[in-house]
Design a protein around this ligand. Sequence first.
Ligand code: PBG
Length: 323
Amino acid sequence: MHRPRRLRANENIREMTSETHLSVANLIYPVFICDGTGVEQPIRTLPGQSRLSVDVLVEKISVWKKLGLKNYALFPKIDDAKKDSVATEALNDNGLLPTAIKLIKQKHPDVCLFTDIALDPYSSDGHDGIVKNGEILNDETVQILAKMAVKQASWGADWVCPSDMMDFRVDAIREALDDAGFTKTSILSYTAKYASSFYGPFREALDSAPKAGDKKTYQMDFRNRKEALREMDLDILEGADMVMVKPGLPYLDIVADLKAHSSVPVAVYNVSGEYAMLHFAAQAGALDLEKTMMECMYAFRRAGADVILTYFAPEVAKFLKTL
Ligand code: PBG
């Protein structure tokens, strides 16, 4: 007689035999930075998340580090006046991002910094690439992305993370980094990034929504699964040190596929819309926030994610500390 319930009978046996483990070391916390000092600007559609000026962020990292959180992805909110069609501000050595990287590294040399490579936060068109007559240009964009990578590496980023979905950008970025002597800078590629409607709150946080059209000619079609493996083969061949799936929750099949076939670690991005869903459902009394949050984290790990980018990172870290 088989009675699977025997392995669920009590806490001890469940703890002893659980198949999935989660540690604060698996987490990367995406944070939004803005100009000024002493600024903490709540983001309406991301409850609990704010745009932070660099001084405030540096202070907060001291607190988050005590929870064990040592990995941060930085997203700068650029003033509209500084945006143009070729994202000039993305290469400014005195801009917001370099200022943030340098200050964080100065105060917290033990943190690992992940920086995003794509034009959208700096582009007056709100697209990840250069727009010409309604078309997103691939090769011209890739040249700028490679320059961004070298700049970010020179500012002190540990990992550069192309999130743009242009073809062969990982190859161009790796070559540019190596040519400039940044052989130790790693690449986390947004390998399977889908044209998703779950990015809404993020685009509000950065005011980075496309001015015209959508991102379907470069981000992936959510009806496709095999295509993610093709993107992964190319990214690994081109030199990606880690591959990512984005969004997370509706794409766990893709996470599992990549994990099954990847020779490098797999990350998943638990995106802004997924975070907002849980928060607003909890506010309405429909869900228990902490319990559903942890269920999602374990679901990512169960699907095969080695690394999770999540706005829940401090809350998850707190929870893990009390275990
Ligand atoms: C920009 C970028 C986006 C996100 C991360 N990098 C938005 C987009 O592609 O429009 C979304 C993250 C989130 O929703 O949390 N290339």
